[in-house]
Design a protein around this ligand. Structure first.
Ligand SMILES: [Zn+2]
Length: 107
């Protein structure tokens, strides 16, 4: 059962080819361009997928991940290029972030 670890809901438009970002190996194989952008300070940087793969391995999946911005401490999200830059997250992942952030702010 290949790719059984990842199940993505088919969202509204149904045309977002997120499955092409299932792993770094796949993204590199099809020549996907990706970038990271901070939602707070708008800092953005193109991702060097080869360099990333050598650090984390070819199975690594960027979908529904975010990381801390080195500049402002805000959240950096990942995007891939398919005509336009599209977010590399699912509705599920996005709502999980919202609830995590809400809990943090309640404290
Ligand atoms: Zn930032």
């Amino acid at each position: 059962m290949p790719e059984s670890r990842h199940r993505f809901p088919i969202t509204g438009s149904g045309c977002t080819p997120l499955s092409s970002c299932i792993s770094l190996d796949k993204m590199i194989a099809i020549g996907r361009q990706a970038k990271a952008m901070c939602e707070k300070c708008s800092f953005d940087a193109e991702l060097d997928l080869d360099a990333l793969r050598s650090r984390v391995g070819g199975d690594y999946c960027l979908i529904d991940r975010r990381s801390k911005c080195r500049i402002c401490g805000g959240w950096v999200r990942f995007f891939y290029l398919q005509g336009i830059w599209r977010g590399m997250w699912t509705d599920e992942g996005s709502s999980r972030w919202i609830s995590v952030d809400r809990k943090r702010n309640d404290r």
